[in-house]
Ligand binder design. Structure first.
Ligand code: FAD
Length: 414
């Protein structure tokens, strides 16, 4: 039997992806669609896919001002987990994680899901209490997590220094079924399936206006002309405030750049994902061998999509106490994406004041893991007017004070 190394499998999958994306041609837009989705990131494409697959709605266009997955979906550090505190969050993130398990088969496209385990380090007494509380909540929600001690942390990830002088590792919240997936492949896999179902995925088509008549949507204006639709989904992450403004309503979100970086490739040394919220950094190793490192968000609102030097220094400096070996690594690339943050750090999946317009945004620093579940719920909401997965995430929660507070679970960028 022929044996493949993980690297050979990754190389082969990458070659497939490249072949397919090179062959991709955006179709000309039609005059009218039943549904238009703005934004061909993971959430927009997944919404379109489940509209077609689960609800039989296939006269759909996905309009993208840049290229497939060129927003946050292709810029994130790919961590997938579902260890959130509140029940509605656990429900949508766990639905998502379970869909990720079979996504390669479902899409017939290798998204390289790798459930290698995710640990969130507790480096203060406060974090121990917080994570134990989350582990208890997860047990009630049916999400498999447990609190582990420093010895088990060291066993699972030998490169960690558990006796750091400032922030020793006191334990961790461990989710064995969390992991990573290849981010571009998630976008490409969904896009290919949408296209196979007869939907139009149109790149380089920027939406410049939302057309309304008598309080309901009738279509959009784009850089390729006007297109009519019955329903409109706005799924544009960091640009949500801007596009909502075109539709005539305001959102309680702020846009801010979030950065990440990778090191030179090295031999396999870490086969789990580690997040260290106190020092504010997280790390995993890619199939190519690069250490993938995520840092924090910029301290001010902005729309830049690039990295900055002081972030490399701050993030690496913070991580060195816990991972002394990275002090000797050369950093290879850095980049940034524009994330959309809500006050309670939970997403918005909702109807809007404009009839026929729906919004999916506010995933902030942690929406890659949610792509399949969010698409599933958003499609149900758009097709039927309601979804149990999205009920708690309506826009009205900000008016009514029903926050889904996940500021601890989402406290670090991930
Ligand atoms: C550095 C970084 C690290 C991250 N790490 C993680 C992680 O480890 N795990 C995790 O779960 N999440 C992570 N995230 C968050 C995650 O990437 C996002 O929450 C998620 O990708 C959002 O997907 P989306 O489809 O909503 O948005 P996007 O992928 O940004 O897609 C929105 C699309 O809309 C398009 N668009 C915008 N305006 C218009 C317009 N007017 N007309 C047409 N198209 C338009 C954009 O070009 C874009 O392609 C990270 C994010 C960043 C930036």
């Amino acid at each position: 039997m022929r044996r493949y190394s993980a690297f050979a499998v990754a190389k082969e999958a990458f070659r497939d992806h490249q072949g397919w994306t090179r062959a991709w041609r955006s179709p000309e837009p039609k005059r009218k669609y039943d549904v238009i989705i703005i934004g061909a990131g993971g959430h927009g494409l997944a919404t379109a896919y489940y509209l077609g697959k689960n609800h039989g709605i296939r006269n759909v266009a996905i309009l993208e001002k840049g290229w497939l997955g060129g927003g946050n979906t292709g810029r994130n550090t790919t961590i997938i987990r579902s260890n959130y505190l509140q029940d509605p969050s656990a429900a949508i993130y766990e639905k998502s994680r379970s869909l990720y398990q079979d996504l390669s088969q479902d899409l017939n496209y290798n998204v390289m899901f790798s459930p290698r385990g995710v640990m969130m380090l507790a480096q203060t007494e406060h974090e121990i209490r917080g994570y134990k509380r989350t582990a208890h909540a997860n047990a009630l929600q049916g999400v498999e997590t447990r609190f582990i001690g420093p010895a088990e942390v060291k066993k699972l990830c030998p490169i960690i220094e558990v006796r750091g002088p400032r922030y020793p590792v006191l334990g961790a919240l461990w989710q064995p079924r969390g992991g990573t997936a290849r981010h571009d492949a998630v976008a490409w896999g969904y896009a290919r399936k949408c296209s196979e179902m007869g939907m139009d995925v149109i790149q380089k088509c920027e939406v410049t206006g939302v057309r309304r008549e008598g309080g309901r949507v009738v279509g959009v204006s784009t850089s390729r002309g006007d297109i009519d639709c019955d329903k409109l989904g706005i799924v544009v992450a960091g640009h949500s405030g801007h596009v909502a403004d075109m539709a005539g309503f305001r959102l309680p979100v702020e846009s801010v750049a979030l950065q990440a970086l990778v090191s030179e490739p090295i031999k396999p040394c870490m086969d789990v994902v580690v997040m260290a919220n106190t020092v504010h950094g997280y790390m995993s190793q890619s199939d190519k061998g690069e250490m993938v490192i995520g840092g924090g968000a910029d301290g001010y609102n902005n729309y830049t999509q690039r990295g900055s030097f002081h972030h490399i220094e701050e993030t690496v400096r913070a991580l060195i106490e816990t991972f002394p070996m990275i002090s000797r690594l050369k950093m290879l690339r850095q980049w940034g994406g524009i994330v959309d943050m809500t006050g309670d750090r939970s997403p918005i999946l909702s109807k809007t004041p404009v009839e026929g317009v729906f919004i999916n945004c506010g995933w902030g620093t942690g929406g890659f893991k949610a792509i399949p579940g969010s698409g599933w719920g958003m499609a149900e909401l758009m097709a039927t007017g309601r979804s149990p997965l999205t009920d708690a995430f309506g826009l009205d929660r900000f008016r009514e004070g029903r926050f889904v507070d996940e500021s601890v679970a989402a406290g670090v960028a991930h």
